[in-house]
Design a protein around this ligand. Structure first.
Ligand code: ZN
Ligand code: ZN
Length: 124
């Protein structure tokens, strides 16, 4: 009896149709709505950016110790807009959005007619 065989029944899609330059979209291979998310890791001791990588679905720094101060502590930060500086540190996570309405609804319009609509930022 090999329990590991149970996990092989579900084929995991890598959503390769969703390229890193896209923000989000439907995967042409599995039809799921995919959002590209970028993450960097940062040393909690001295604050320098550490190159991030995806190890078994967890975002961790590429090296065990900070090259600047030797600390082992790190934090993970989401990068909203990837740029040419952060792309050297960032790791891409292709997140499956089950409820599409949830996608990118981080902004809403203020419902007052006497003032010009203003973008409100919701802090989750
Ligand atoms: Zn897919
Ligand atoms: Zn450090």
């Amino acid at each position: 009896m090999f329990l590991t065989n149970l996990f092989r029944l579900t084929k995991t899609c890598l959503h390769e149709g969703i390229t890193p330059d896209m923000e989000c979209g439907y995967c042409p291979d599995c039809g799921k709505f995919i959002e590209n998310e970028w993450y960097i890791t940062r040393c909690t001791c001295c604050g320098v950016k550490l190159k991030a990588m995806n190890r078994n679905g967890k975002i961790v720094p590429q090296y065990h110790y900070c090259t600047n101060c030797g600390s082992h502590e790190f934090s993970v930060e989401r990068v909203e807009k990837i740029d040419f500086i952060n792309i050297n540190f960032a790791v891409l996570v292709k997140k499956v959005i089950e409820d599409k309405n949830f996608c990118s609804t981080t902004q809403c319009w203020q419902e007052k007619t006497d003032v010009k609509p203003r973008l409100l930022v919701q802090y989750l």
